[in-house]
Design a protein around this ligand. Structure first.
Ligand code: ZN
Length: 233
C-alpha cells in the first residue's frame, strides 16, 4: 500500500501539532492552571474558616451567658443579710461562693482561649484572602498572555487546518480514520517506521512476527504498546 500521501499529511500535521502544543503547553497556561487551583483552595479554606469562626463565636456567646449567670448568683448571695443565717447556711454560702469564683475563673480562661482562637482564625483568614487576591491578579495577567498567544497563533492554526483538510482528500479513507482516531487521543507522531526487522520505531517494543508478515499487504500495523501505526520503509 502506498503511504506517501499519509506521510505527507503527517508532515503537515506536525506543524499543526506544534502550534497546538505551543498553545496548550505554554508556561502562561500552565501557570494559569496552577493559579486557579490556588484560588480554588483559598476559597475552600476561607469557607472552612468562616464556619469555624461562626462556631467559635457561638461558643463565646454561650460562655459569656454562663459567666453572666454566675456573676448574678454571686451578687445575690453577697446581698444576703448574713446575720440572719445559721452556721450551716453560712458554710453552704461560703462553699457556693468558692464554687462560683472557681467557675468564673474557668470561664474567664475559657473566654481568653476562645479569643485567641478567633484571632488565629482571623489571621488565617487574612492570609488566605491575600493569597486569593494575589492568585487572582496573577491569573488575570496569565489570561491576558494566553489571549495574546492565542491571537498570535490562531491564524496559523486555521491556515494549517484548512491545508490539512485539503490534503486529507488524497489519503486513503480507512487510513485517515485510523490516523485521526489516534491523533484525537493526543498520540503524535501517529505513523512511525518499523525499526530493524520487528520493532516499533517509537516505543521500540517488539512486534509479533505474525503482524510483521502482514505489514506489506495492509500497509500499517498497530503497535499494541503505544498504539502507533507502524509501516515498513
Ligand atoms: Zn510502539
Amino acid at each position: 500500500m502506498d503511504l506517501t500521501n499519509l506521510l505527507k499529511y503527517q508532515e503537515l500535521d506536525e506543524k499543526l501539532y506544534n502550534v497546538e502544543q505551543r498553545l496548550t503547553k505554554s508556561p502562561a497556561r500552565k501557570r494559569a492552571g496552577e493559579l486557579s487551583k490556588i484560588a480554588k483552595n483559598a476559597q475552600i479554606k476561607s469557607n472552612e474558616l468562616e464556619s469555624e469562626a461562626s462556631k467559635v463565636l457561638k461558643e463565646i456567646e454561650d460562655v459569656k451567658a454562663k459567666f453572666e449567670d454566675n456573676k448574678k448568683s454571686l451578687q445575690s448571695l453577697l446581698n444576703k443579710d448574713l446575720d440572719k443565717l445559721s452556721m450551716e447556711d453560712l458554710d453552704k454560702i461560703t462553699s457556693l461562693k468558692a464554687k462560683i469564683l472557681s467557675n468564673l475563673n474557668f470561664l474567664e480562661k475559657h473566654l481568653q482561649k476562645h479569643a485567641e482562637l478567633v484571632n488565629r482564625i482571623l489571621m488565617d483568614f487574612n492570609k488566605t484572602k491575600k493569597m486569593y487576591d494575589e492568585a487572582r491578579l496573577q491569573f488575570i495577567e496569565c489570561k491576558n498572555k494566553i489571549d495574546e498567544e492565542t491571537k498570535e497563533l490562531e491564524p496559523e492554526k486555521e491556515r494549517l487546518t484548512k491545508e490539512l483538510e485539503e490534503l486529507s482528500k488524497s489519503v486513503e479513507k480507512n487510513l485517515l480514520t485510523e490516523y485521526k482516531k489516534r491523533r484525537n487521543d493526543n498520540i503524535f507522531p501517529v505513523v512511525v517506521p518499523l525499526e530493524g526487522t520487528n520493532f516499533c520505531g517509537r516505543c521500540r517494543m517488539e512486534l509479533p512476527m505474525v503482524a510483521i508478515s502482514r505489514i506489506k499487504d495492509v500497509g500499517v500495523i498497530t503497535c499494541e504498546h503505544c498504539k502507533r501505526l507502524v509501516y515498513k520503509k
